[in-house]
Write a protein that binds this ligand. Structure first.
Ligand SMILES: [Fe+2]
Length: 387
């Protein structure tokens, strides 16, 4: 595929030139669609062009629609230039098409969240619950309907590539003042092979949970195992080709917005580690394409933390996990790559890019907006060794 055909900024420009506002409002049936066209990555780039300071990007995941969502006011007070929805943006958990449609209608009526969307530039990817079902993958039976409902709910134009691809993966370029930040949002659901589970751990899980609730500090892993089958996939072949094309585009900083954790190992829950050949494929791709300046932000876990993966021939890969906007998991969970955390309270994540200082500040912020975890990374430390 031609990478330029897959560039959302170019598509949006062409669409706006073609008078896309009317066609989108008609296609998506949403009054928010017109606003979204003006508040996407292009709007964020235009705002950043007017400032000479730190770029503030914020991220979050896991917002259950039945719970109060006061955190949107705190995120607004943080004044992000762009917000990334990392998935589980609402909980569909739908086993019928009618229920899936009904859940999207509930999402459209969420006052604080939708008000935030109307006033802030944002991008979005899904995870299992807003895709359709807990831990769902390629075998979710309503995934084609889910793809179209996702595109409607997130105000994608009628001709958006996301409506036609094998998944809703997308990438964006934030550009201002000679700087470029690339946001890459892979789809980790649409093509994902079945998970490999440990039946013994699954059967004993409730007793381990009871021990944790009664005060045990022994970490409790979930029941998923790394799948040794080299043909098991997270992305699917077409998305891998697309991803490689994205990673060859010039950018000063790249943010891989992964709906599940990339660096974590041993949690027993969903993560790239469950597909070791796929995780290794991405590490190999970063090396082969000499991809510089990449950090990962992830969601899904119902707590915040920072993980670090050191792989041969690569710079340290930082994975900032921010979850959830409403959901909290207080049971200790193992992660051999954890370096800070966990933050077990409602939270959102932030990445501040200080071009003058040459650094990134990765942070998890609590429900009051104050940082609970901060780690500074020099941009120079995200460079590959000379080949
Ligand atoms: Fe999830």
């Amino acid at each position: 595929m031609n990478p330029s055909d897959l560039s959302m900024p170019l598509n949006r420009r062409a669409w706006l030139r073609a008078g896309g506002l009317l066609s989108v409002a008609g296609a998506c049936g949403s009054a928010a669609a017109q606003g979204a066209a003006l508040r996407g990555v292009e709007a964020a780039s235009a705002a950043l062009a007017q400032e000479d300071g730190v770029w503030r990007l914020a991220f979050g995941s896991c917002a259950r629609q039945s719970r109060p969502q006061p955190i949107w006011s705190r995120i607004a007070e943080y004044r992000p230039h762009l917000f990334g929805f990392l998935g589980d943006n609402f909980y569909a958990d739908a086993d019928t098409p009618d229920l899936l449609r009904a859940r999207h209608a509930e999402f459209a009526r969420l006052g604080p969240l939708q008000a935030f969307r109307r006033s802030h530039a944002h991008v979005a990817i899904w995870d299992d619950h807003d895709y359709g079902a807990d831990d769902a993958g390629a075998d979710y039976p309503h995934k084609l309907l889910s793809q179209q409902l996702f595109c409607d709910s997130w105000d994608e134009p009628a001709d958006a590539p996301r409506r036609q691809r094998s998944g809703v993966f997308e990438s964006y370029l934030l550009r201002a003042r000679g700087r470029t930040v690339q946001l890459i949002l892979p789809d980790l659901r649409f093509n994902r092979s079945p998970l490999l589970a440990d039946p013994g751990r699954r059967n004993n899980y409730e007793s381990m949970m009871q021990a944790a609730r009664s005060g045990s500090t022994t970490p409790v892993p979930g029941w998923y195992l790394p799948n040794p089958d080299p043909s098991a996939t997270l992305l699917g072949q077409a998305q891998w080709q697309w991803l490689e094309a994205q990673l060859t585009q010039p950018a000063d900083v790249r943010i891989l917005a992964s709906s599940v954790q990339f660096a974590a190992e041993g949690s027993g829950w969903e993560c790239w580690w469950n597909f070791p050949a796929e995780r290794q494929r991405l590490l190999d791709l970063l090396r082969r394409c000499r991809v510089q300046g990449l950090v990962v932000v992830s969601g899904d876990m119902h707590y915040g933390e920072l993980s670090r993966l050191d792989a041969p021939g690569l710079y340290p890969l930082w994975d900032l996990t921010t979850s959830g906007l409403t959901e909290v998991w207080a049971v200790p969970t193992p992660n051999q790559r954890r370096v800070q955390g966990v933050v077990a309270e409602p939270n959102f994540g932030s990445i501040e890019i200080d071009w003058a200082a040459g650094s990134l500040a990765l942070a998890i912020r609590g429900g009051d907006g104050a940082p609970r975890l901060v780690h500074r990374v020099a941009l120079d430390s995200l460079r590959l060794p000379p080949s």
